[in-house]
Ligand binder design. Structure first.
Ligand code: DLL
Length: 433
């Protein structure tokens, strides 16, 4: 069994990391140029030859790739190896347009699982753990990615997949799971169900890694408190491999990007210009070790900030903040940029659970932002005046956070549909007009 805290790599000096990236970037660019017609044409149009990219200092010369390019080349047009060398396909959910499929060679699967194993180890996991994986297994990368990582760590792995909460809880109690992997919204739902059923004393969970969707610090505190665990963030996207592109360490303050596999940049989404540490922009990845589906300068649409500041855990890999929304799902309401994470922070601050839904409509050219929020059982009351006082308080806190009026409806506990995977928080009806 490997040691997935690889200090030689994870704590290498910045010079060593750069030297590794320089070498692997140049090789990847050459390979992509030779094997992927679509990208070769893109490079030719930009007037770039593989020999122009000698190190990470030349990265900015390469053209960007977007989801649109992956749709144009669906399903196999971006493959850099023969299809017969691939052993696995995963896919994005494709809620907004054609699906994107990503192919993996055996080596790609191995490296991806190594990244997930690092994430588990950084969250305190080891071969002594019983890891309950309740991400969906299948085309979604969450289940199989963390499953593979857990195997590599040598932990006892429970491949539960998502859903069937009764069975999740029964196994959690009977088999004494110690480590949980699922979306933060499902972790919050499991916590709620555990408390309702009085099972808190029967569970042995001590840690968990949660990702695939945005979650706030307030939600982390809630999950940690209710489940009696430490809750770590994990980030990734199908196009770049899946979960484990970046992971939190014990500092719980930003996620280390696995820089021996992925070069990260933050760019100004309007101009494409590369931004320095500390500036907010769109995250762009270049994969430098993938065989089947290596993407160069892929625009993730995720907005974040990078930091090379020294981390107390000793890892030297650059850290990204939690994504602060997406450049494409950022809502613009009455001309104001609004992120669901801002709304969630206000809700959690006032003690509401993370069960809410945002609906945006447009009447007579004017946007309206409505927010349904579930009350906790303790808040729930038949006295209308109490509920309306609560609504007023929430409206005023949202106004000072966002600068716009939000039409808040407090609804009874459990009336908003629960999600077993990623929660659907925003319904923008304006696009339907
Ligand atoms: O969500 C991979 C994953 C699975 C990550 C399990 C973590 C855990 P996709 O379905 O392709 O892949 O969605 C990728 O989800 O671009 C982000 O917008 C969002 N996302 C992923 N992780 C986080 C996170 C998986 N920790 C898209 N916080 C990404 C906020 C996240 N957003």
């Amino acid at each position: 069994m490997g040691n997935y805290y690889d200090s030689a790599k994870e704590c290498a000096s910045r010079e060593q990391i750069k030297a590794w990236q320089d070498e692997h970037l140049a090789k990847t660019v050459k390979r992509v140029y030779e094997n992927v017609d679509y990208y070769r044409e893109k490079m030719q149009t930009a007037g770039i030859e593989p020999g122009d990219i000698r190190s990470t200092d030349d990265l900015h010369l390469l053209p960007f790739l977007t989801k649109e390019d992956l749709r144009n080349t669906y399903p196999y047009g971006m493959l850099a190896v023969p299809l017969s060398d691939c052993v696995r396909i995963h896919s994005t959910s494709g809620t907004t347009g054609r699906r994107v499929v990503a192919c993996y060679t055996q080596n790609d699967v191995d490296l991806w699982e190594d990244c997930c194993a690092r994430a588990i180890v950084a969250a305190g996991g080891s071969k002594e753990d019983i890891v309950q994986v309740c991400y969906g297994y299948g085309l979604f990368t969450g289940g199989l990615g963390l499953h593979g990582g857990s195997h590599k760590v040598g932990a006892l792995t429970l491949p539960m997949s998502s859903g069937n909460t009764d069975r999740q809880l029964q196994f959690m109690c009977d088999l004494q799971s110690t480590f949980l992997c699922c979306t933060p919204s499902y972790a919050a739902f499991l916590a709620e169900s555990i408390n309702e059923r009085g099972l808190k004393d029967k569970i042995k969970l001590r840690s968990g890694i949660f990702g695939a969707e945005a979650w706030s610090e307030e939600m982390r505190r809630d999950i940690e408190e209710q489940l009696g665990i430490r809750a770590f963030d994990i980030y990734g996207l199908t196009e770049i491999s899946g979960p484990g592109v970046a992971f939190e360490c014990e500092e719980q303050n930003g996620m280390h990007i696995n820089e021996d596999h992925f070069i990260a940049e933050v760019i100004n989404p309007e101009t494409g210009e590369t931004l320095p540490d500390g500036e907010k922009g769109e995250l762009v990845f270049t994969s430098i070790t993938k065989e089947a589906f290596p993407l160069l300068r892929y625009r993730t649409k995720d907005i974040c900030v990078l930091s090379h500041e020294k981390c107390s855990c000793g890892r030297t890999f650059v850290k990204m903040t939690k994504p602060m929304g997406r450049s494409d799902d950022m809502m613009i309401v009455k001309g104001v940029n609004v992120f669901p994470s801002q709304i969630e922070a206000v809700l959690m601050n006032q003690g509401y659970p993370a069960n809410y839904q945002i609906v945006i409509t447009r009447e007579k050219n004017s946007d309206k932002l409505e927010l349904d929020v579930e009350m906790t059982k303790e808040m729930f009351s038949d006295a209308l005046s109490e509920v309306s006082a609560r609504e007023t308080k929430l409206i005023s806190a949202l106004k000072s956070m966002l600068g716009i009026y939000v039409d808040v409806h407090l609804v009874s506990p459990k009336s908003i549909e629960r999600s077993e995977g990623k929660a659907k928080r925003v319904i923008d009806k304006r696009k339907l007009y």
